[in-house]
Design a protein around this ligand. Structure first.
Ligand code: ATP
Ligand code: MG
Length: 569
C-alpha cells in the first residue's frame, strides 16, 4: 500500500528551508528545534508526528531538540500530564538530554519583557471587559475600534500591570494588550491580549502569579530564550506568525527564530484533539487515556503498537503544508509490517469448539514441531502437544457449509496446522437447545506434519489447541472507536457520543492458548496464527491473562468499507 520505500528518508519543504539556511550559514549553521506540548492531556498520534518531525530534524542536521512544556494556562494543566508526556516521548525513542524546559521557568523574564513593551509604548493595560474587547475587534471586513484605554501613560500602565501582578484586581478587570493596529487586516494584530488575570494556582509556580501570559506572547519569547532556530508548528498558527515576529522585533531577545507551519495529522475514524479525548475519558466512553482504542501514544502502546511502527508511520505520511486526512489503515499497515518481522507465532483458539478425534489413542500425546517465525529462522522452533481432545475455532466449523467453504464440515477433511488431516464424522448437539457441543472426527495417522503419502489435496488448514494442555486467557478484540470516517465533522455526529462504535471492544473470556505461552508477561507481542497480532495487557495477573488484539492479519477494515460503499452505490 505505501508507495515510499522503507529505507530512504523522504525530503520535505521544511528540510528544504533548513538546508537553504545552512548553506547561507544562517544561525551560524545551527539547527535547534523544540517540541512544545501543553501539559493539559496525554499525547496522541498527531503529537507523534510533531515529535518525529522536530527530533528527527535535529538528528538529521546534527542539532538539538528541546522538550518544552508550554504551561501558561494553569486551569487545565497538571503534573500527571507532564509525567505521561515525558514517558511517551522517551518511549517513542527520542531524547531531550538535559534540555527540559517549562514556559513557567520564564514567567519572571516574560513579565520583564512585558514591562519593556509598556515602556516603549508598545503595550497598554486595557480595562474593557471580554465582550467589549470582542466587539471592538471588528470583523474580517470591518476594522476594529481603538480601546478608550489605549492612550494611558507609560507610568499608569506600569503601575496597573504591577498591581495586576500583585493580585489587586479581579479576573477580567484588566488585561495587558499589545498596541499594534486596530485596523490591521490580520485580526490577530488588532491589539492582541498579552496577559490576563487568573487567580488560580499553577502546578509549578503555585500562587506566585496572579497574571499569566498568553500563548502568543510566551511562545515566541520562550523560543528566542532557548536559541531555537526553526520554530515548527501546525497550520492553525499561520495567522499568528505576524504577531510572533512583531513581538520579537520589539524586544531585545537573544535571537529571532523562524516560525514554519505544517499540516497537522488527521486520521480517519479518529479524533485528535485533547479537548475531545478528555471528554471520552471523563464521560467514560473509554477506560482511560490509555484505553487500547484511544489514539493516544499510551493507548497505542497498550494496544501493542511499537515505537518503530509509529515512527515509520510518521515517516510515511510525510510533512506538507496542505491539510489532508490519512487512512487509519496506513497506521495498521505499519504495525503489521513491523510485528510480522519480530513477533513469534503461536496457536490460540479464541472462540473454542471441542473436537474429539475418536480413533486417536486416549492417553497419547505427541509433540509437533512448529516454526516460531517464518520471517526469521533465527527465532527457532518449538513443540506443540497434540492429543485426542482439541479446541478449534467455532468459526472453523460449519454444519451446512456454503460452496467454497474449505474448513471443517460434516464429511469434510481439513488439515490441522502442524498436525494431521481430520475428517468430521459426527456432530454432537444439546438435545434441548440443539446447540453444537462437540465435533467428532477421525484422523489419518499417515498425514502427520500435514501431507499425505497418497498426495490427496486438502484445501483448508485450521489451527487448534490441545484441551488438556491449554492455557486460559481473556482476549479483547478492538474495532475503531467511531462509526464515522470523520467523527466530529460528520452531520450524524453532532455530539461525539452520537458516533461512538458500541461494538468497539469485544471480550472473549474463554480463549485457549498453546502451552508454550505460559511465561508470557505484560507487553509481550505475538501473532496468533490466522487471527492477528496480539499483546499481553497490563491488567493481566498471574491467574488472569488478558490479551489485546493489536491488529488483524489482513486489512479487513478496508475490505469492509469497500463492500459498504459498493452496496451504497
Ligand atoms: P490538541 O488540538 O490535541 O489539543 P494542541 O495543538 O493544543 O493539540 P499541544 O500540546 O499544544 O496540543 O501540541 C504540541 C505540539 O504538537 C504543537 O506544536 C502542535 O502543533 C503539535 N500537534 C498537535 N496536534 C497535532 C497533530 N494532529 N498533528 C501534528 N502536530 C500536532
Ligand atoms: Mg496547543
Amino acid at each position: 500500500m505505501p508507495d515510499k520505500p522503507l529505507d530512504t528518508e523522504p525530503s520535505n519543504f521544511i528540510k528544504t528551508i533548513i538546508e537553504t539556511d545552512l548553506k547561507a550559514n544562517k544561525n551560524n549553521g545551527k539547527v535547534a528545534t523544540r517540541f512544545p506540548p501543553e501539559p493539559n492531556g496525554y499525547l496522541h498520534i498527531g503529537h507523534a508526528k510533531s515529535i518525529c518531525l522536530n527530533f528527527g530534524l535535529a538528528k538529521t542536521y546534527n542539532g538539538t531538540c528541546n522538550l518544552r512544556f508550554d504551561d501558561t494556562n494553569p486551569d487545565k494543566e497538571n503534573i500527571e500530564y507532564v509525567t505521561s508526556i515525558k514517558e511517551d516521548v522517551q518511549w517513542l525513542g527520542f531524547d531531550w538530554e538535559d534540555r527540559q524546559y517549562y514556559a513557567s521557568d520564564y514567567f519572571e523574564k516574560l513579565y520583564n519583557f512585558a514591562c519593556d513593551l509598556v515602556r516603549s509604548g508598545k503595550a497598554y493595560v486595557c480595562s474593557l471587559n471580554q465582550a467589549e474587547i470582542r466587539q471592538y475587534r471588528g470583523t474580517l471586513t470591518e476594522p476594529g475600534k481603538e480601546s478608550p484605554y489605549r492612550s494611558r501613560s507609560v507610568d499608569e500602565n506600569l503601575d496597573l500591570l504591577e498591581r495586576m501582578r500583585k493580585g489587586e484586581f479581579e479576573e477580567g478587570e484588566h488585561v495587558l494588550r499589545a498596541k499594534i493596529d486596530m485596523a490591521a487586516p490580520n485580526i490577530v494584530m488588532r491589539d492582541p491580549t498579552l496577559y490576563r488575570i487568573r487567580k488560580v494556582k499553577h502546578h509549578r509556580t503555585d500562587d506566585q502569579w496572579n497574571i499569566y501570559p498568553m500563548y502568543d506572547f510566551a511562545h515566541c519569547i520562550s523560543d528566542a530564550l532557548e536559541g531555537i532556530t526553526h520554530s515548527i508548528c501546525t497550520l492553525e498558527f499561520e495567522n499568528n506568525r505576524e504577531l510572533y515576529h512583531w513581538i520579537l522585533d520589539q524586544l531585545e531577545v537573544p535571537c529571532h527564530p523562524q516560525q514554519i507551519e505544517f499540516a497537522r495529522l488527521n486520521l480517519t475514524y479518529t479524533i485528535l484533539s485533547k479537548r475531545k479525548l478528555i471528554q471520552l475519558v471523563t464521560d467514560q466512553h473509554v477506560s482511560g487515556w490509555d484505553d487500547p482504542r484511544m489514539p493516544t501514544i499510551s493507548g497505542l502502546r497498550r494496544r501493542g503498537y511499537t515505537p518503530e511502527s509509529i515512527r515509520q508511520f510518521c515517516e510515511r505520511i510525510g510533512v506538507a503544508r496542505r491539510d489532508s486526512v490519512v487512512d487509519i489503515a496506513l497506521l495498521e499497515y505499519c504495525i503489521r509490517e513491523h510485528l510480522n518481522k519480530i513477533a513469534p507465532r503461536f496457536l490460540a483458539v479464541i472462540r473454542p469448539l471441542k473436537v474429539i478425534i475418536v480413533n486417536y489413542p486416549k492417553d497419547q500425546v505427541e509433540q509437533m514441531e512448529a516454526i516460531n517465525n517464518p520471517e526469521d529462522a533465527a527465532m527457532g522452533k518449538r513443540q506443540i502437544p497434540f492429543s485426542r481432545e482439541l479446541y478449534i475455532e467455532t468459526d472453523d466449523f460449519c454444519e451446512d457449509p456454503p460452496k467454497k467453504y474449505f474448513r471443517l464440515a460434516p464429511g469434510k477433511e481439513v488439515r490441522l496446522r502442524y498436525g494431521y488431516y481430520v475428517t468430521c464424522v459426527n456432530v454432537i448437539k444439546d438435545p434441548d437447545t440443539q446447540a453444537i457441543q462437540e465435533i467428532h472426527c477421525t484422523y489419518d495417522p499417515e498425514t502427520r506434519g500435514g501431507s499425505s503419502p497418497d498426495g490427496r489435496k486438502v484445501k483448508g488448514t485450521i489451527h487448534w489447541v490441545s484441551c488438556a494442555h491449554a492455557i486460559d486467557a481473556e482476549v479483547r478484540l478492538y474495532e475503531q472507536l467511531f462509526t464515522e470516517e470523520r467523527p466530529g465533522e460528520a452531520a450524524s455526529c453532532k455530539k461525539l457520543e452520537d458516533c461512538i462504535n458500541l461494538k468497539s471492544c469485544e471480550i472473549l473470556p474463554n480463549a485457549k492458548l498453546e502451552p508454550a505461552m505460559k511465561d508470557t508477561k505484560t507487553g509481550d507481542q505475538f501473532q496468533f496464527e490466522r487471527l492477528g497480532y496480539f499483546c499481553v495487557d497490563k491488567d493481566s495477573s498471574e491467574d488472569h491473562l488478558i490479551i489485546n488484539r493489536t491488529v488483524t492479519l489482513r486489512d479487513t477494515w478496508a475490505k469492509i468499507k469497500k463492500k459498504q460503499t459498493k452496496k451504497a452505490k
